[in-house]
Design a protein around this ligand. Structure first.
Ligand SMILES: Nc1ncnc2c1ncn2[C@@H]1O[C@H](COP(=O)(O)OP(=O)(O)OP(=O)(O)O)[C@@H](O)[C@H]1O
Ligand SMILES: [Mg+2]
Length: 309
């Protein structure tokens, strides 16, 4: 059985509320409120669990918010290895305007992490001999060096583990500089990696091929929201477009997609199926409001539809 760990440097307690209408100055009463564990890798672990795939969530955790997050993860049945930080874990906030059916996402920067704290994540990973997949996802909080994922890539190579990185900006550049197994940029992230803001279809293909040929990654999946995604390897290329759905919330779509792909990857499926299962899980996450991730039954249903094309 393959062993999967996810890594989250900047986890969050995700709080989401629904208000009748978002208007200034008035006191707004929430008609529903929810608190969920969040942050890239943590969401990937939660989505993997929903898809029936075991993983261990490794993350930095501090203060009362960190303890609360751990408690929520425990309740969901996600295996975890929290590593302590002196400063408290951040909170994020999502507001859904029920009148306009619009969602507003507010993110916080995250606590300052000390050198000993972020190094503990690298040391713990290095100690995990026999691991098959490492999924590093999300942003880097203040204090963590921008080449963190590059350092992680070097450790993954030593462990002979496959590193999947889903992040953005400079952090992604350093991962690709060291070379990783797989990345999942969205169009904006690929654009900044390639040095161009808006990419045409030809430029997406050229960018993917350039990064793969240059040793930046072995596999790249470019996610394109409602347009689905494209998968590239050195000699294969596939595209998958989801069915038209009523989107209630796109929170966690990217993380669910990553989970879908890791799950399919660990089952030894083909690249075409890995892409389709990822797109299915990403789209499944949009079917529910708030921070809810992909449900297995929705994912399987959309996957079946994609396989009929
Ligand atoms: N509006 C939508 N309709 C259908 N599917 C969607 C929609 N938005 C996202 N998805 C699904 O989720 C996948 C990932 O979405 P997207 O490309 O927006 O990722 P992302 O920008 O990384 O998201 P995130 O904000 O969660 O990081 C898409 O490939 C698609 O399968
Ligand atoms: Mg994303």
């Amino acid at each position: 059985m393959s062993q999967i760990i996810t890594i989250t440097l900047n986890p969050a307690l995700d709080k989401s509320i629904v208000v009748p209408e978002l208007v200034p100055d008035k006191k707004l009463r929430a008609v529903s409120a929810e608190v969920d564990p969040g942050g890239g890798g943590i969401n990937v672990s939660r989505a993997l669990h929903k898809l029936g795939c075991a993983s261990e969530a490794v993350f930095l955790s501090g203060g009362y918010t960190g303890k609360y997050l751990e408690e929520l993860l425990l309740k969901e049945g996600v295996m975890m290895h929290p590593l302590p930080t002196k400063e408290p874990t951040r909170e994020n906030f999502v507001v859904f305007d029920d009148e306009k059916k619009l969602q507003y996402r507010f993110g916080m920067e995250g606590p300052r992490v000390s050198e000993a704290e972020w190094k503990a994540v690298l040391d713990y990973t290095a100690s995990r001999k026999g691991i098959t997949y490492i999924v590093a996802s999300g942003s880097l909080p203040p204090g963590v060096p921008v080449d963190f994922f590059g350092r992680l890539a070097a450790i993954a190579k030593n462990l002979r583990a496959k590193l999947f990185v889903d992040t953005s900006g400079e952090a992604l550049k350093y991962a690709v500089k060291e070379g990783v197994y797989m990345i999942k940029p969205n169009l904006g992230e690929l654009g900044s990696l390639y040095g161009k803001q808006k990419l045409s279809q030809e430029e997406i293909i050229a960018a993917a091929q350039k990064i793969i040929t240059g040793g930046g990654c072995e596999v790249m999946v470019v996610s394109m929201g409602s347009a689905g995604a494209m998968l590239f390897t050195a000699n294969e290329q596939y595209q998958a477009k989801p069915p038209k759905v009523t989107v209630l919330s796109n929170v966690g779509a990217g993380d669910s997609m990553v989970a879908g792909m890791i799950c399919a990857l660990s089952q030894g499926r083909s690249w075409k199926e890995i892409l389709r299962y990822g797109v299915a899980a990403g789209t499944a996450a949009t079917l529910h409001p708030g921070t809810e991730l992909c449900k297995k039954e929705d994912t399987e249903q959309i996957f079946t539809l994609l396989n009929q094309d």
